[in-house]
Design a protein around this ligand. Structure first.
Ligand SMILES: Cc1ncc(COP(=O)(O)O)c(C=O)c1O
Length: 371
């Protein structure tokens, strides 16, 4: 067996050679083979645990606290096939938990129980909508002004039966409702549907999404006799563990903890943005956002080490729950040390990001001269 060295921890795919399965070799039977499997899993677990503190570039809440309590559920195959609101002919599903989670979101987004339809999906992405609004865009974390767009549509003579608005609240759907001055996401406004990712701000160990729409839009449900259910879901079979994890997370966190997480993350994001700007590094942060966008580091190893996400001359850190000031300070210190090397001989200069960040947030020499 090849054991990854410490240096290889930055490149998890290098351990793939350990995992090759063979169709011709005999089944694993002896004690040693089982020990080898255990060792592979133990090492994988150690690598993930070690790398967790460097996972700051993507919006996944890794600080999930309930795995030990919920782990025994893994011994059952739970399938929430079909519509969550129709009873399943078998025992092994968690539709009651699913409906409880959907009802919680319906309450949050102010739509009556008998007015909405929805389900828990494998992710928060909704494609092929003509008009979509982002409550947190993927790269810069911008939050669209829904009220302004609705007012404009009304001003231009569009009645609300002539448009359909989907709100993509993948990341910020559980931040904005808990921030005092943020605009409300609510079905009291003429919106058609909302989606949110469960593995992002809330923190669920499996990727998942919650979709809610007005019941009046779900018209063409076809009854499927085999599962005794009408079905408008995309996949049919759905993971029955996910709703239980979401339900447990919402039950234990409650309003108070979600509000606290939102406040702390926004404050920490502002703290990072300020530190970067004070150090002369171009950076920006949208209002109520936790996505700090800054000048893209020059070194790919540094980007990979901190799991940073990048686009053109920019990179971002998403300050999720569990990313502490200590982690932010350690990232900042590392960035400053490395950056001094990248730009030490003045042959290369930091990029101008005035077009992306606004000249007030761009620290390149040109922008500084004009500010
Ligand atoms: C705006 C936006 N919508 C949807 C998604 C997709 O989320 P998911 O990971 O649940 O598919 C993302 C992911 O980052 C996102 O930023």
């Amino acid at each position: 067996m090849i054991v990854p060295t410490k240096g290889e921890i930055d490149a998890p795919s290098s351990s793939r050679k350990n995992l090759c399965l063979s169709v011709v070799e005999p089944d694993i039977k002896d004690e040693t083979s089982f020990q080898e499997l255990d060792m592979i899993l133990t090492q994988y677990l150690e690598t993930l645990s070690e790398r967790k503190k460097y996972h700051i570039g993507y919006p996944t809440n890794m600080h999930y606290e309930y795995h030990a309590i919920l782990a025994p559920l893994l011994q059952f195959s739970l399938n929430n096939c079909g519509d969550p609101f129709t009873q399943s002919p078998v025992d092994f599903h968690s539709k009651d938990f699913e409906v409880a989670v959907l009802d919680w979101f319906a309450q949050l987004w102010e739509i009556d129980k008998d007015e909405y339809w929805g389900y828990i999906t494998s992710g928060g992405t909704v494609r092929a909508i003509s008009m979509a609004f982002w409550l947190g865009t993927t790269f810069k974390g911008a939050i669209d002004d829904l009220d302004f767009v609705i007012q404009t549509l009304e001003y231009c003579g569009y009645s609300n039966d002539r448009y359909y608005i989907h709100c993509d609240a993948a990341l910020c759907g559980l931040i904005l409702p808990f921030i005092r001055h943020a605009k409300k996401i609510t079905f009291k406004k003429p919106i058609g549907s909302i989606s949110i990712s469960g593995h992002k701000f809330l923190g669920c160990p499996m990727p998942c999404g919650i979709q809610i729409t007005r019941k009046s839009y779900v018209s063409s449900l076809s009854k499927i006799e085999y599962i005794n259910s009408t079905d408008a879901t995309i996949s049919g079979s759905r993971n029955g563990l996910t709703p239980i994890f979401l339900w447990y997370c919402l039950s234990t966190k409650g309003h108070a903890r979600l509000q606290q997480d939102s406040k702390i993350c926004i404050e920490n994001a502002r703290y990072l943005k300020d530190r970067l700007l004070e150090a002369g590094i171009s950076a920006m942060l949208n209002e109520f956002s936790i996505t700090v966008v800054f000048e893209r580091p020059c070194d790919h190893k540094f980007i990979r080490h901190w799991n940073l996400c990048y686009l053109r001359g920019m990179a971002h850190v998403v300050v999720m729950p569990g990313i502490t000031r200590e982690t932010i300070d350690s990232f900042f210190k590392d960035l400053m040390q490395e950056r001094n090397k990248w730009y030490q001989d003045a042959k290369a200069l930091p990029p101008c990001l005035a077009d992306d960040f606004g000249s007030q947030n761009c620290m390149c020499s040109d922008s500084k001269m004009h500010n």
